[in-house]
Design a protein around this ligand. Structure first.
Ligand code: FES
Length: 138
């Protein structure tokens, strides 16, 4: 039911933890299941994401998607990171079971929330970025 990549990222999640003095931090919860994801970003002066860490209090699919999302955004510019959608994360994991698709939305929203925090702190506008939801309702 789960791909090998999902099992791998769930069993050995990459980039777990916190970043001290992050450039941006975002926390998003899912109102239905109660799972919570927090993403920390370290962004250099050229707007490149140097490092990304996560803490997820949630299901296995949420942990696997957070882990994959951190790997996908590291090394990207903030604008490129906008392309790391839940679909991109799911594709990189070779898919998720339909009932677990909502878990991948947490990863997308948490990245957006961290980018939003970074943009707010630095008075920047990131194209296509809207104020993220604190809570996902589906
Ligand atoms: Fe809540 Fe997966 S069941 S994020």
């Amino acid at each position: 039911m789960y791909s090998e990549k999902v099992i791998d990222h769930f069993s050995n999640p990459r980039n777990v933890g916190e970043i001290e003095n992050p450039s941006g931090v975002g926390t998003v919860g899912n109102a239905k299941c109660g799972d919570i994801m927090r993403i920390y970003l370290d962004i250099d002066n050229n707007e490149v994401i140097r490092n990304c860490k996560f803490k997820t209090f949630g299901c296995g699919a949420a942990i696997a998607t957070s882990s994959m999302a951190t790997e996908l955004v590291i090394g990207k510019t903030v604008q490129e990171a906008m392309e790391v959608t839940n679909l991109a994360v799911m594709e990189a994991l070779d898919g998720l079971p339909p009932v677990k698709v909502h878990c991948s939305l947490l990863a997308e929203e948490a990245i957006h929330a961290a980018l939003w925090d970074y943009a707010q702190k630095n008075h920047l506008v990131i194209e296509g970025l809207e104020e993220p939801k604190k809570e996902i309702l589906s």
